[in-house]
Design a protein around this ligand. Structure first.
Ligand code: SF4
Length: 76
């Protein structure tokens, strides 16, 4: 699976399913954005304020595998 990018209003999230270790740090950390029952399962649109975007950055920073990455809009 190739790395995919999910677009949000403040930051984007990229994810590589081949790298994911299914540790569920993301789902525990921010279940509004990371919902494995939804399609797509990553919805950065739920992080639509500076504070929720900052929480999303921190949750992605705890991903142990590097599967998740923040894509800041200025770096697109
Ligand atoms: S935190 Fe990272 S490794 Fe764990 S389930 Fe989420 S994407 Fe996969």
């Amino acid at each position: 699976m190739a790395r995919k990018t999910y677009t949000g209003p403040l930051i984007d999230v990229s994810f590589d399913g081949d790298v994911c270790r299914h540790a569920a740090e993301c789902v525990r950390g921010m279940p509004t954005v990371f919902d494995t029952t939804a399609r797509p399962w990553i919805d950065p649109a739920r992080a639509d304020s500076e504070s929720t975007a900052q929480t999303l950055r921190e949750v992605i920073g705890r991903c142990p595998s590097g599967a998740l990455r923040v894509v800041e809009h200025q770096d697109r």
